[in-house]
Design a protein around this ligand. Structure first.
Ligand code: C2E
Ligand code: CA
Ligand code: CA
Length: 708
């Protein structure tokens, strides 16, 4: 089925609307997704790089601070050492904590006794500083020590790292740093050279040092624990803030992706909309003519590939125009929508229902087992559409004509199949409505004839190939001449005399009825004037007016102007119209008919009895005459129901003060029946066939002579 939905529109072909850069939307969506992933990965890498770089900064900053602490401790140590060396050491009370230094036994003034008898011993700077550093280590965790390649105290012997540093100092290096573990805890170790000063020689001259010599190194170990904690705190806030920035970036990228996708979807939606408008009928949502052709081509290609049969059904609603005109377009639209729904209900999903325009629909049965399968669907459609339609309180009954054509039996191209289905539908219509017909090759000829006739009618107008015949109309009561009906004839150079039944419907379809109707009026006016002139006056002249003609907006005003120019026609003209004229309520036929009658024009309802709802129109619209259709007169004698109908029409006419005319009277029995039942006038082959003007003139003259 051809109902549109957005998801059906899958872009399986190139997009219909070429847009910016002509990128297919699906590719666009894929690109957006890939770009988003790329941005996400790059963004994550960037953040990781930034975090790594910042961590390194934090680490080196922590190390820098630790080094600074180590240096300041080193400086203090140096200051103390210089002070102590300058003074050659410090004398302190000899006690357990500060016993006499055995490594200074060579120094003669190591131990002295004060005048008050107290025992003092010399603390050399190294000794003093070791003790101070021990205090420092206990209080602040910062360890300091001196070391030398030639230590006086074996405790001051260097470890391997210190040894390497001391050797490097001798070569001119000024500082060494390392991070190490001391008792399972991290420390920053700094070592700098210790230079011999004058004061040092007091204890160390025996080792051979000169002032300025590098005598060893002073090491300071700063605990890194606190620095690590602070660094860790910085890192945590770094991670947190970077995480937030990372997520924010991701969200922003995602937002841009979504925005991009939305734009693509908007574009797809827009294109789908355009595509839908171009391919679907806005009223019924069925596929339109363009899409129908597309689908039919596809179905044919598929059937060809798989060796299948397909059927095309051409569906035309009978008398839809009447409903549309009588009930207004809103109800007409409603009817078409309901028809579309019912049609959709009659077919499978794979089949396509389309509206070609107006009240013409098609169904493509994409695969059928055999010829009969198409008839089953056609019968189902006829059945479905025969159920009355509820149109906002108005109940409409419609009938349907269906033409069926088959692939490959009747044709192999979409154009031919459509033409054949149309011809078959036309056949169904002419053979009684509400039925279906299969296409036959003979229909081709008929269809062709219709096309040719359209063309030929144009030429007929240009070359004035029309003639006007007149059929006399008699008063039934006394058999006197009442008037005549003008009937058009077409003398075609190719086909001879063509019956108006054949060409008037085509002239109506093509609008050619307007110039033709115009010609009839002008010709009738001329002919009537001629008859007046030769003394063969006609009291009444009936002219057939097509409903298409009458519905032209300025028909009434044009006609009244025409009357003004032809005063001899005044009060002698009857316009014969069929019921379809009265049905067009929007055109206000009552008003126009009233205007015409006001100017002495009489109105006859032609073919009375063949239409429907005639009585209600009779009540509402001003008419003067009823013409009983000749189909009722034909069987008047053999068919009691036709007789009853004629009787009813005649008596109804007299009740409503309308003149009743019978047409197609061919026998005396029919005439007598009309006479017995009080019919006003009659025309027919019995008393006079339609004849050219010259014959009519003769006919009238003969009548006059007989009267005399
Ligand atoms: P209609 O208005 O019903 O005209 C009566 C038709 O019955 C005429 O057919 C006439 O020749 C035919 N007829 C008259 N008496 C008899 C009879 O005793 N037996 C039989 N079998 N037929 C009889 P015609 O002239 O072929 O016209 C056919 C239809 O074409 C007309 O039906 C009318 O609807 C239309 N038509 C004719 N001339 C004009 C015209 O100038 N303008 C328009 N719009 N329609 C016209
Ligand atoms: Ca008529
Ligand atoms: Ca008729």
């Amino acid at each position: 089925m051809a109902f549109y939905c957005y998801h059906e529109f899958k872009y399986n072909s190139a997009p219909l609307v070429m847009t910016q850069k002509n990128i297919h939307p699906q590719i666009h969506l894929k690109r957006l997704k890939t770009n988003y992933r790329l941005v996400a990965v790059l963004w994550a890498l960037l953040i990781i790089l930034f975090v790594t770089w910042s961590q390194q900064n934090i680490n080196s900053e922590a190390m820098g601070l630790a080094r600074q602490e180590a240096i300041s401790n080193f400086n203090k140590d140096q200051a103390f050492r210089i002070w102590a060396s300058e003074h050659g050491g410090v004398y302190v009370l000899e006690n357990e904590r500060t016993p006499a230094n055995p490594y200074l036994s060579d120094v003669p003034e190591r131990d002295v006794i004060t005048r008050s008898g107290r025992q003092l011993t010399l603390m050399n700077p190294a000794y003093m500083l070791r003790q101070m550093m021990d205090e420092y280590a206990t209080l602040y965790g910062v360890k300091g020590r001196i070391t030398s390649l030639k230590p006086l105290n074996p405790d001051n012997a260097p470890d391997s790292w210190e040894r390497e540093a001391l050797l490097a100092f001798e070569k001119g290096e000024l500082e060494r740093l390392e991070v190490t573990d001391i008792n399972g805890k991290p420390y920053l170790r700094l070592i700098r050279p210790m230079v011999t000063t004058e004061g040092c020689l007091k204890c160390h001259h025996h080792q051979g040092y000169q002032v300025g010599d590098i005598r060893g190194g002073v090491g300071v170990s700063v605990p890194l624990g606190n620095y690590y904690i602070i660094a860790m705190q910085h890192k945590i806030s770094l991670w947190l803030s970077s995480g937030v920035i990372w997520i924010f970036g991701l969200v922003a990228a995602y937002f841009f992706r979504k925005r991009g996708e939305e734009k693509v979807y908007e574009r797809m939606e827009f294109e789908a909309h355009i595509w839908h408008r171009a391919n679907f009928d806005s009223l019924t949502a069925l596929s339109n003519r363009d899409l129908f052709h597309d689908r039919l081509d596809q179905a044919i290609a598929n059937a060809k590939r798989n060796n299948l049969k397909l059927a095309l059904l051409y569906i035309d609603l009978d008398r839809f125009k009447d409903v549309n005109d009588a009930q207004g377009h809103a109800k007409g639209d409603l009817l078409l929508q309901q028809v579309a729904n019912r049609l959709n209900g009659c077919v499978r999903d794979a089949d396509t229902v389309s509206r070609l325009g107006g009240d013409e629909f098609t169904v493509i049965l994409s695969t059928i087992a055999d010829k009969d399968a198409a008839a089953v669907v056609a019968a189902k459609i006829l059945d479905q559409l025969s159920t009355p339609f509820e149109l906002d309180g108005f109940i409409a009954y419609i009938s349907t004509s269906i033409g069926i054509t088959l692939y490959p039996d009747d044709g192999t191209s979409s154009g031919i199949l459509l033409q054949n289905a149309d011809a078959a539908m036309f056949k169904a219509k002419t053979e009684g409505h509400h039925t279906y017909r299969y296409f036959t090759s003979q229909m081709n000829r008929l269809a062709e004839q219709r096309v040719n006739m359209k063309l030929a009618l144009h030429t007929a107008i240009e070359q004035s190939q029309f003639e006007l015949y007149y059929q006399p109309v008699f008063t039934v009561k006394d058999g006197s001449l009442d008037g005549a009906e003008a009937l058009i004839r077409w003398r075609s150079p190719e086909d001879g005399m063509v019956s108006p039944d054949q060409f008037i419907p085509i002239a109506e379809q093509t609008g050619l009825i307007i110039p033709i109707g115009e010609w009839v009026l002008q010709q009738a006016a001329k002919d009537l004037a001629y008859l007046d002139e030769v003394g063969a006056e006609l009291k009444n002249l009936s002219i057939n007016i097509s409903s298409v003609q009458f519905r032209m907006r300025d028909f009434t005003s044009n006609f009244l102007r025409f009357l003004e120019h032809h005063p001899h026609l005044r009060s002698r003209l009857t316009l014969e119209m069929t019921e379809s004229v009265f049905i067009d309520e929007q055109g206000d036929p009552g008003y126009h008919l009233g205007q015409l009658r006001k100017h002495g024009v009489r109105i006859a309802m032609d073919d009375f009895g063949t239409g429907y709802s005639s009585l209600s129109y009779l009540k509402r619209f001003p008419v003067d005459k009823l013409k009983i259709d000749r189909s009722f007169i034909q069987d008047l004698i053999g068919d009691p129901s036709d007789a009853a109908l004629c009787e009813t029409i005649i008596s109804m006419g007299s009740h409503l003060s309308l003149k009743v005319i019978a047409e197609g009277v061919e026998t005396e029995e029919q005439w007598n029946f009309l006479l017995d039942h009080g019919c006003d006038s009659a025309q027919g082959f019995l008393r006079g066939k339609p004849m050219p003007l010259a014959e009519l003139e003769q006919f009238i003259c003969n009548l006059k002579m007989n009267e005399n």
